[in-house]
Design a protein. Structure first.
Length: 110
């Protein structure tokens, strides 16, 4: 854990959050500043600073994050209508919190 990482504090329940999914490696919660009707964050429990910091040993958790995102899209009823998955990478790519996280956004009216 990074001592002042917001997501590490959420994962360790130092900051309250309602997880809509959690297992031993990943948590999912709603973005507090949603950019869409459905805006979830899929976050590994292991502190990985950004996509630029992943290693070969992180490949399993990355695949798991995508599979969980697929499940969450179904649970949130956006799988059929469509959704976006994306990582913001570094400040220039829009990353604000430096703990790897996958955004799932969707739910716009068609």
């Amino acid at each position: 854990m990074e001592h002042d990482c917001l997501f590490c504090k959420i994962i360790n329940k130092e900051i309250p959050s309602d997880f809509i999914y959690a297992n031993d490696r990943v948590v999912v919660f709603r973005d507090i500043n949603p950019q869409a009707p459905v805006h979830l964050l899929i976050v590994p429990k292991k502190h990985i600073r950004s996509i630029n910091d992943i290693t070969g040993e992180d490949s399993e958790v990355l695949a798991e994050m995508i599979m969980i995102a697929r499940e969450m899209a179904q649970k949130e009823s956006v799988a059929e209508s469509g959704y976006k998955l994306f990582f913001n990478v570094e400040r220039g790519g829009g990353q604000v919190i430096f703990h790897l996280h996958l955004h799932l956004v969707g739910g716009w009216e068609q």
